[in-house]
Write a protein that binds this ligand. Structure first.
Ligand code: FMN
Length: 125
């Protein structure tokens, strides 16, 4: 495309488990017919009021928690104190990292997420 694919929307409350897990995410509510990338984990940017923050992005139903709704969530790397509820944000998708998985344990997921963040940082420079 020559530029990263962008998804925009208002940040809404998710299942609220991200903060507890150490990876609070901005759950972006998208309009119907939005072109959402395939389920998976991506490196990209969370853009808030003109500021681009390196992000690890998750698209999918969160199989670890037997979710049914597809969500677009962005974790702004190392920015665990952000409060973005109600803000209109953009998510720019730079690179696909892996598919959504269900791990045997929550620790398994958390270990992989730490690795995702490492990979995303590297890809984003
Ligand atoms: N959820 C899964 O079920 N499987 C995954 O493989 C998975 N990978 C993720 C990778 C990253 C980098 C991030 C930020 C999230 C990932 N998630 C995955 C989604 C988390 O389960 C989700 O962010 C968490 O449950 C918090 O959800 P909440 O914001 O609705 O509270």
């Amino acid at each position: 495309l020559g530029r990263p694919h962008r998804v925009e929307g208002v940040v809404v409350r998710g299942a609220q488990r991200g903060r507890e897990m150490g990876y609070p995410t901005a759950n972006v509510e998208t309009l119907p017919h939005t072109a959402i990338p395939a389920d998976g984990v991506y490196a990209g940017w969370l853009v808030v009021e003109g500021e681009s923050m390196p992000a690890a992005i998750s698209v999918g139903t969160n199989p670890q928690f037997e979710g049914t709704e597809r969500t677009v969530e962005a974790y702004a790397i190392d920015r665990v104190d952000l409060d973005l509820y109600g803000l209109h944000v953009a998510v720019d998708f730079l690179a696909y990292i892996r598919g959504q998985e269900r791990f045997d344990t929550l620790e398994g997921l958390l270990e992989r997420m730490a690795e995702d963040v490492r990979v995303a940082k590297e890809l984003l420079g």
